[in-house]
Design a protein around this ligand. Structure first.
Ligand SMILES: Nc1ncnc2c1ncn2[C@@H]1O[C@H](COP(=O)(O)OP(=O)(O)O)[C@@H](O)[C@H]1O
Ligand SMILES: [Mg+2]
Length: 383
């Protein structure tokens, strides 16, 4: 029998290089983000004059290019600084990997050449070591450190705002925070807020034409010539524009459509593969989210499913009644249900819509399921 890897390696593929389709790939240019990158650069240019730049916050929904733009600006600044007599470091921290103040500061120390263990020291010891870097500079020059805190909301929610307190109170440190949620500042207490006088830069969702430009550049790098049928990029772009202008989703659609073409042993990606890709991605996404939800939240979803299947208008009151039936007595309070509804909405599984019942009757929140009922049913009852 032939070796399994040889067999697989010998198979034809429509991809010439999959790397440019990876989420972490940083392209050489970022179409339609010039304005945002220029704004970052206008603040960061201070560093080239030996001045610590203002703190910056990047806002925008998932897939609007925040991480890419920050890293792009980072590389540009490092390049510019290398020709000048300045000592600048720009360090990127993904707060889903380093979820506490200790971990972030320890990581920064390590990146700047200090030996700090990942655990075991007190927070005070780590912070002192960090601050020491700015005092005793081996290069004899003043170090300016720009810290990119990506997905900062995760860190703030989990560990509080101590990280911002520490960084804003360390001289020569500038913070660029990135958040997917506009209201992440609710995690920051006033005394910290007052020292974080940040400049805000907004990343609006991409529209279909912009997504098409982004995809075309990536497709050229990734696929063999003439592998895309004419409607493939417009389709991916239109579908992703509907999904809140999410470039990551657009890239996922294109990649998955390419994989389907390989499976079908086709040397062209057709529009039909994009539609199949959409189902496949939706399937994986919804399933992944639902299986990791806490049990009571799954019961809430089950109640929403039941009401949807009965074609009922779902108010929170009605949802709570049905939820209590479904959970058979082992249930959470009515107030807690509102948190669940918010979380499910953030995950994109449901949407809520406030409607007015007419004069004097107040307003009601109506809940609508945003994923396929069949898929939800199969997932919920297979857990
Ligand atoms: N303007 C752009 N040009 C090229 N690729 C982009 C652009 N905007 C986003 N992308 C790509 O889309 C994906 C998601 O972007 P990302 O920066 O991670 O979004 P965010 O951080 O806002 O969630 C990444 O693979 C990124 O390279
Ligand atoms: Mg990001």
């Amino acid at each position: 029998m032939e070796n399994i890897f040889d067999t697989l390696e010998g198979e034809e593929s429509i991809f010439k290089d999959k790397k440019p389709l990876d989420h972490r790939f940083l392209p050489e240019n970022l179409p339609h983000r010039n304005e945002q990158i220029t704004q970052i650069a206008k603040y960061w240019i201070e560093a080239l004059n030996n001045v610590t730049p203002s703190d910056i916050t990047l806002y925008g929904k998932t897939g609007t290019g925040k991480t890419a733009a920050a890293n792009f600006a980072r590389e540009q600044l490092i390049e510019a600084a290398s020709n000048k007599n300045v000592f600048i470091r720009v360090e990127y921290i993904r707060c889903t990997d380093y979820t506490t103040e200790y971990q972030v500061i320890a990581q920064l120390c390590q990146k700047l050449g200090r030996d700090v263990p990942n655990r075991g020291w007190t927070k005070g010891e780590v912070i002192n070591t960090f601050r020491d870097i700015f005092r005793k500079n081996v290069h004899g020059k003043k170090l300016i450190l720009i810290v990119i805190l990506d997905e900062i909301d995760i860190l703030l929610e989990k560990d509080g705002d101590g990280i911002l307190y520490t960084l804003t109170r360390t001289e020569n440190v500038s913070i660029l925070s990135i958040s997917n949620y506009v209201d992440f500042k609710k995690f920051i207490k006033p005394r910290v807020m007052s020292s974080l006088r940040d400049k805000e830069i907004v990343f609006p969702p991409y529209v279909a034409d912009q997504l098409a430009d982004i995809l075309s550049e990536r497709a050229e790098l990734s696929f063999k010539p003439n592998s895309l049928d004419d409607d493939v990029i417009p389709l991916c772009s239109a579908m992703a524009a509907k999904e809140e202008g999410d470039a990551r989703y657009a890239l996922d659609l294109l990649t998955t459509a390419g994989e389907i073409a390989d499976e079908e042993k086709s040397d062209v990606i057709y529009g039909d593969y994009v539609r199949k890709a959409k189902d496949r991605i939706e399937h994986n996404k919804v399933t992944d989210i639902i299986i990791t939800l806490p049990t009571q939240q799954q019961r809430v979803l089950e109640a929403i499913l039941k009401l949807t299947q009965n074609n009922e208008e779902i108010t929170s009151g009605k949802l709570y009644d049905t939820y209590k039936e479904v959970s058979k007595g082992d249930s959470v309070t009515y107030r807690r249900i509102f948190d669940f509804i918010n979380e499910l909405e953030m995950l994109g599984i449901i949407s809520t819509n406030t409607i007015s019942r007419g004069r004097g009757k107040g307003r009601t929140n109506i809940i609508t399921l945003q994923c396929d009922t069949k898929l939800l049913e199969t997932t919920l009852f297979s857990i």
